[in-house]
Design a binder for this molecule. Structure first.
Ligand code: S3P
Length: 210
């Protein structure tokens, strides 16, 4: 039922090995546009687990788009929903891609810290602004029409959130410097090391096979 995976690292390429040891549920955090969902989609099959995208989970649960939830009920309501859904998904054996603002509430940060490993996809506002300018599905930047406005908004978010991501993260991936395959490989190398260091972890998400 569960996939248990370990890797052999040779020549810069991660390969699955048959001797599997530990099960693991990495959580991806980072500003919007940093690639949490797209890297999560690549990472999940490597670990033979599903990807759970927290935003998609919220949308399925509430029945409205993120944009509509923000528009109709406001950000505070969205954050409550986000916390409730985070609690539900963190118990699952999966790769979990969170929304960029998940670290804002102390309660969420404590939940994340209790469910390692947490991986921060670190990217500069400049890198991200080009990727998300004009995206109407992201309410916090939807009104920003120009690159400069989007950049300013992201800079403000980064000023508040970078220390919060850092406080939760077991690993910081310098996303801006890497293409996706390279980023994926770095995460796999980190996870292999992390599992070696935590063979007896008692967290919900990381267990050693008897
Ligand atoms: C948000 C990021 C979004 C989504 C919501 C709020 C944020 O997720 O949760 O629009 O506060 O940064 P992504 O990071 O997947 O875009």
């Amino acid at each position: 039922m569960f996939a248990y995976v370990s890797w052999a690292h040779s020549g810069g390429v991660m390969q699955h090995s048959k001797e599997a040891k530990v099960r693991i549920s990495p959580v991806l955090v980072g500003l919007m546009g940093s690639g949490k969902s797209s890297i999560g989609r690549r990472l999940a099959p490597c670990l033979k687990v599903p990807l759970v995208d927290l935003d998609d989970y919220i949308v399925a649960k509430d029945g409205r788009s993120i944009a509509d939830i923000f528009k109709q009920d406001g950000e505070a309501f969205f954050r409550q929903l986000e916390t409730r859904c985070l609690r539900e998904v963190l118990g699952q054996h999966a790769v979990i891609a969170t929304g960029g603002g998940v670290v804002l509430l102390e309660e969420n940060r404590q939940l994340l810290i209790a469910h390692p490993p947490v991986i921060w996809l670190h990217a500069s506002p400049k890198f991200l602004a080009k990727r998300i300018v004009g995206d109407s599905n992201r309410p916090l930047v939807a009104g920003k029409k120009s690159l400069a406005e989007t950049l300013k908004c992201l800079q403000e978010l980064a000023d508040v959130r970078y220390p919060l991501y850092e406080g939760c993260a077991d690993y910081v991936l310098p996303r801006g410097d890497m293409r996706k395959p390279e980023a994926l490989n770095s995460i796999l190398v980190f996870l292999e090391q992390w599992m070696l260091k935590h063979p007896n972890s008692s967290t919900v998400t990381t267990q050693v096979i008897p």
